[in-house]
Design a protein around this ligand. Structure first.
Ligand code: HPA
Length: 246
């Protein structure tokens, strides 16, 4: 079963025919909200809004461990994460869609592993390729089949938030090789890996990153919802198509 984690601008999947909602208790506390079990294109799909249904949980307070655990517990076999980003690369504009292939973690203080505690043996998961290449490929194919332009590959930098970055921080991220910046990509991706869940992401670009393009002076978050509404309809189409490919 495919699980979708929705981000800002995607707290519901309008093309999901919801059959049941379930609260899942996990050893790590509560997930961001009830899980929606539904059907799309005749297939079972699980949906969880990362920031809660009222968009009330900020990135640094999302219970990533509970979320991934709950999806696995409910039978998810793969996870597609939707997470909006700021564009760092000069040729990325609001409304563009990136299917990232690499990630860098600048977050701190988040509970970022299941292999924790006295009774757990020391475990170092391989994370060379943080996104599942097969699932990534299917997202790219689905977009192509629907005539939706996406950027195949990109380096995602995960920042702590909830504040936006300074222009100097974005310069540093770019020197480090980052192309997009967001606040929720980690530890979500590594927890999925620890749970052996293939994981890939769709990153709609909501804004130019701080100090870049139209954000040269400041990042105007008030415009973001308009852009996200439009881009999320393309994201839904990509998801719809990927279900047929899986
Ligand atoms: N920075 C960090 N996270 C984001 C941004 C940004 O500019 N835009 C959307 N999520």
């Amino acid at each position: 079963m495919l699980a979708i984690i929705g981000g800002s601008g995607l707290t519901q999947l309008s093309n999901l025919d919801v059959q049941e909602r379930r609260v899942i208790r996990t050893p790590y506390g509560e997930s961001s909200g009830v899980l929606s079990f539904g059907r799309m294109r005749g297939r079972d799909v699980l949906f969880l809004p990362r920031h809660g249904y009222g968009h009330s949980i900020p990135p640094h307070r999302v219970n990533y461990r509970a979320n991934i655990w709950a999806l696995k517990e409910c039978g998810a076999q793969r996870v597609v994460s939707i997470a909006s980003v700021g564009g760092i690369r000069a040729d990325l504009n609001p409304g563009d869609i990136v299917i990232p292939h690499q990630i860098m973690d600048y977050t701190w203080g988040r509970k970022n592993t299941y292999f924790d505690g006295n009774d757990v043996s020391v475990t170092h998961v391989d994370f060379t390729h943080p996104y599942d290449e097969n699932l990534r490929r299917q997202l790219v194919l689905s977009a192509a089949a629907a005539g939706i332009a996406v950027r195949d590959g990109g380096v995602y930098a995960a920042t702590q938030g909830p504040r936006l970055e300074t222009a100097a921080e974005i310069d540093r991220l770019e020197r480090d090789g980052a192309e997009v910046v967001g606040m929720t990509g980690m530890p979500e991706a590594v927890l999925a890996r620890e749970m052996e869940l293939p994981y890939a992401a769709i990153n709609p670009v909501a804004n130019h990153a701080a100090g870049r393009g139209k954000s040269a002076e400041h990042v105007r978050f008030e415009h973001l919802s308009e852009i996200l509404n439009e881009v999320m309809s393309r994201v839904r189409t990509i998801i719809d198509g990927v279900i047929r490919l899986l």
